[in-house]
Write a protein that binds this ligand. Structure first.
Ligand SMILES: C[S@@+](CC[C@H](N)C(=O)[O-])C[C@H]1O[C@@H](n2cnc3c(N)ncnc32)[C@H](O)[C@@H]1O
Length: 193
């Protein structure tokens, strides 16, 4: 992950977050009230762990969070947060709890090639996998937040979200660098199957 030593980088250090990304989730959460005490949260692409750190505080010890990433998570997390090292394309049903999640998060980004159209396509493929997992493991009425790359497949992803959720929002938090092609797509209230 590219390190930018700006205000958010220093704030993350001060507040003990593993990455400045925590403030992107914080901003979206403040606007849309995504996280609540007692919630069950799945965080895909969770390493180094700042979204899990933030979510852990918001859901409290009566909540549960599970993070999945190719990379290990080394930051200290409370007991109600578990992590799993692995590829989201290879997750088996036994690795996920039987109860559905209230909220699925994905800050996953593909390994970027520098070729914008290729990176946008790869991001779309990742998000199709997230949508597939959400179809099975997100409860009806639950919410999904994913990172996406602007580019040709973005409109298709937005359509896919519209087919799955009652409300769809595009979010560009202030803490996301303006020159970055990343945006977040938020689906609120998953339709009944
Ligand atoms: C921007 S980082 C996530 C930062 C995290 N939200 C935080 O706040 O600490 C993106 C992560 O997605 C993970 N990732 C990318 N492709 C993945 C895949 N197929 N399966 C699991 N994790 C993946 C990467 O390993 C990387 O750690």
């Amino acid at each position: 992950m590219k390190k930018v030593r700006d205000h958010y980088f220093h704030r993350a250090k001060r507040e003990g977050y593993a990455a400045r990304s925590a403030f992107k989730l914080e901003e979206i959460d403040r606007r849309h009230q995504l996280l609540h005490r007692g919630m069950r949260v799945l965080d895909l692409g969770c390493s180094p762990g700042s979204w899990l750190q933030y979510a852990a505080k918001r859901i409290g010890s009566e909540g549960r969070a599970l993070g999945v990433d190719l990379q290990p998570v080394d930051v200290g997390l409370p007991k109600h947060v578990k992590t799993l090292q692995g590829d989201v394309f290879e997750l088996t049903p036994e690795q996920l709890p039987p109860e559905p999640f209230d909220l699925v998060l994905s800050d996953m980004a593909p390994r970027t090639s520098g070729i914008r159209s290729m990176d946008a396509d790869r991001s779309y493929v990742l998000n199709q996998q997230v949508l597939g997992l959400s179809a099975k493991h997100l409860r009806s009425g639950g919410n999904l937040l994913v990172k996406a790359f602007q580019g040709a497949p973005f409109e298709q992803l937005r359509k896919d979200f519209r087919g799955t959720f009652e409300e769809v929002h595009i979010c560009k938090p202030r803490s996301s660098r303006s020159e970055s092609v990343e945006v977040f797509l938020l689906g609120l209230r998953k339709h009944e199957p």
